[in-house]
Design a binder for this molecule. Structure first.
Ligand code: GDP
Ligand code: GDP
Length: 434
């Protein structure tokens, strides 16, 4: 399972700076989604050959009320669910009462914690870190997050605790792993029960822990599937044993571990920001996606029209994903979900041969040549697969760093169309020989 690392600390100590450094998030992207920054605090990081989920837990300063209180609660939950905590403090301010307060929370949680003394730039190391030994939390790691100093040695220590993930073994026999995700109350449990509730399904019981999603292996029409159930329904003699509260950590881990994500939304509430954030997480992860607009039963015609218009407008960025209008409660449309799940899975994981990819590339280049750069034509020579789920198509040529964005888009569209890829993001990578 992918490790989860949480960043905690009072405001302004450098958490987002470190977050951006470790996840390679460009500030520009964050700024583009004005108003969404608060929720863009979960990211997949790939650092020193380790993959992990990084969480910037945001505001816990000790005096929160209202919205801050809700955030603080999610932060504390994230800490509880994390495998390690980076506790940031600010060398310029020294040890503050808020730091003490946060330290108290961390001690209660008994988490593996690393005290990171940030903004050490321009200060004498020994003097700067000395006050923080008073926390009694062991070694202090001095950093300058804004320039990256000290970050590598810190992360070398942190990541040494986690074994490097072995490459996903390609075991086609194990079938499709699908994560059912969505906000609370959209109908995830109802859908899980409905997906399993058909006569043709054989469910194998699998133990789940309270902390993680429940994995349900089953067969449908002789084909193996696994549902990653974030809602925490264990279907055993049709009794709902556990209902758990929404956990973003659990959801992210489920997305990470799935081949296909079924994102459930509530038609009665339309598209809400949290749906879009979840969708953003699915896209970042590269997983295949099927959208299920649930509770489609009993809606007025004009309500249906309104939602469809809203979907056209707000889900434009996931135009590769199929959208289904379903009623988990009555079972309407649920069978068709399987068709999209199958299609998305195959699109995301089928092997792509070098010959075929190169042929498609050649044809695409004949129809529409890459532009001239400084009087020299960009040449694209051949293409091969660089991985799947999501499919990565690696294209070799020269001056490829000069290829304009619209041409990359054109190639992506062409590969999608010819390979008939549905329901998965596709990534194009260029390798230049000069
Ligand atoms: P957060 O509120 O904890 O997420 O803090 P930010 O990452 O937004 O950083 C707060 C301010 O401190 C920003 O102006 C950063 O540029 C600055 N900052 C972050 N890390 C460093 C550092 O290592 N040295 C210095 N001098 N400034 C830093
Ligand atoms: P979860 O929190 O996402 O797992 O949501 P639940 O499956 O517990 O469903 C929340 C509520 O919505 C329950 O009262 C369900 O009966 C109801 N519900 C679920 N699916 C549908 C549906 O398709 N139509 C209607 N009308 N209600 C539904």
């Amino acid at each position: 399972m992918i490790p989860v690392i949480a960043l905690v600390g009072r405001p302004n100590v450098g958490k987002s700076t470190l977050f951006n450094r470790l996840t390679n998030t460009r500030d520009a992207i964050v700024a583009d989604y004005a108003g969404l920054t608060r929720d863009r605090k979960y990211g997949e990081a790939n650092y020193l050959d380790h993959k992990f989920i990084l969480i910037d837990t945001g505001g816990i300063s000790g005096d929160e009320d209202g919205i801050d209180e809700v955030m603080a609660e999610q932060s504390l939950q994230a800490i509880a669910e994390a495998d390690a905590v980076l506790f940031l403090v600010d060398c310029r301010d020294g040890l503050s009462p808020a730091d003490q307060m946060i330290a108290k929370h961390l001690r209660i949680n008994n988490k593996k914690t690393y005290v990171v003394a940030n903004k050490v730039d321009g200060l004498s190391f020994d003097v700067a870190v000395a006050p923080f030994y008073e926390l009694g939390m062991g070694e202090i790691y001095p950093t300058t997050a804004s320039h990256g100093r000290g970050v590598k040695s810190l992360m070398t220590e942190v990541l040494a605790e986690f074994p490097p993930q072995e490459e996903e073994e390609e075991d086609d026999e194990r079938g499709i792993k699908m994560a059912i995700v969505g906000r609370p109350n959209v109908g995830k449990s109802t859908l899980v029960n409905r997906l399993l509730g058909e006569d043709r399904v054989i469910v194998y019981d699998l133990p789940g822990t309270t902390r993680d999603s429940i994995y349900i292996d089953y067969e449908r029409d002789g084909k193996p599937y696994t549902i990653i159930d974030t809602a925490g329904v264990r279907r055993r003699k049709n009794v709902r044993l556990t209902v758990e509260k929404f956990s973003i950590v659990k959801t992210l881990k489920a997305i990470e571990d799935a081949n296909v994500v079924v994102l459930v939304m509530d038609s009665r509430e339309g598209v809400v920001d949290q749906d879009l954030h979840l969708m953003g997480q699915v896209i970042d992860s590269g997983r295949a996606l099927v959208v299920a607009l649930n509770k489609w039963d009993g809606l007025e015609v004009e309500q249906k029209e309104r939602i469809k218009t809203e979907l056209d407008r707000r889900l434009r960025f996931v135009d590769f994903a199929d959208i289904h209008f379903i009623s988990a409660l009555h079972g309407t449309g649920v069978g068709h979900l399987y068709e999209s799940i199958e299609k998305a899975f195959h699109s995301a994981t089928d092997k792509l041969s070098t010959n075929h990819l190169t042929k498609i590339l050649e044809d695409a280049v004949v129809v529409h040549q890459p532009p001239l750069v400084n009087g020299r034509r960009i040449k694209l020579r051949y293409a091969h697969s660089g991985g799947h789920n999501p499919p990565i198509i690696v294209i070799h040529g020269n001056q490829t760093d000069r290829i304009p964005g619209h041409y990359t888009k054109y190639l992506e569209k062409t590969f999608r169309r010819v390979l008939d890829l549905h329901g998965t993001p596709v990534r194009i990578l260029f390798k230049s020989t000069d």
